[in-house]
Ligand binder design. Structure first.
Ligand SMILES: N[C@@H](CCC(=O)N[C@@H](CS)C(=O)NCC(=O)O)C(=O)O
Length: 208
């Protein structure tokens, strides 16, 4: 039994963490959690995540929830994988900036829009993401002409932003833009990303 347990469902944001685990190249056990009362919303699972949601990890005695936090935690817990800029590196600024931007404003703007919540323009001051349009043009500016967001090598910021953009475009929640595709497509072709998709694809229920 590994010291690291990954709680997930193959049809969930857990796919982002699976990719991260495959990039880190460390041994882990997977515990599949079903949607609903007997799985994610059970008393037993709420000990892991009181929100009753996946993904989550347990590393020794440490429990981490929230995709972006899990990925950042794993990068620091397994530094030999080289998935985060050094804490003293100036690239750490861009690393935090885009990781938090994608976990907050980008996710909220895209989800709210997909669900049909339309805020009046005068409410954009109160909304952390301002507007969907501003969020998309900001992230477009960040990725345009760049292979990586933090310094000159792949990091968790790319994994998380790339996953959001790629799966967002695939589901139609994020409009396709050439800059998004040019940035995200090579990330999704990384061997660890392909491996992660294969693992979760095999665990997912067959399509009718
Ligand atoms: N902010 C969380 C979102 C987690 C989340 O909403 N997960 C969904 C699956 S993608 C879930 O577990 N939904 C089950 C439910 O709420 O009943 C993260 O980034 O990890």
């Amino acid at each position: 039994m590994a010291d690291l347990t990954f709680y997930t469902n193959p049809m969930s944001r857990g796919r982002i963490v699976r990719w991260m685990l495959e990039e880190a190249g460390v041994p882990y056990d997977t515990e599949l959690v079903d949607y609903g009362a007997s799985g994610m919303k059970s008393t037993a699972y709420r000990v892991i995540n009181p929100m009753g949601k996946v993904p989550a990890i347990r590393h020794g005695e440490t429990i981490v929830t929230e995709c972006a936090a899990i990925c950042a935690y794993l990068a620091d817990a397994f530094p030999e994988a080289g998935l985060a800029p050094d804490v003293t590196s100036p690239a750490r600024g861009s690393y935090y900036r885009w990781l938090f931007f994608a976990a907050g404003p980008l996710e909220q703007a895209v989800t709210n829009r997909a669900l049909g919540f339309v805020a009046a323009p005068e409410h954009s001051r109160m909304l952390g993401y301002g507007s969907y349009e501003d969020v998309l043009s900001t992230i477009e500016g960040a990725v345009s002409g760049r292979q990586y967001l933090a310094g000159d090598r792949f990091s968790v910021a790319d994994l998380y932003v790339g996953a959001q953009l790629s799966w967002g475009m695939m589901s139609g929640r994020i409009e396709k833009r050439p800059a998004f595709e040019a940035y995200a497509d090579p990330l999704m072709a990384r061997p660890a990303a392909v491996r992660a998709r294969e693992i979760d694809g095999a665990l997912a229920p067959p399509r009718d």
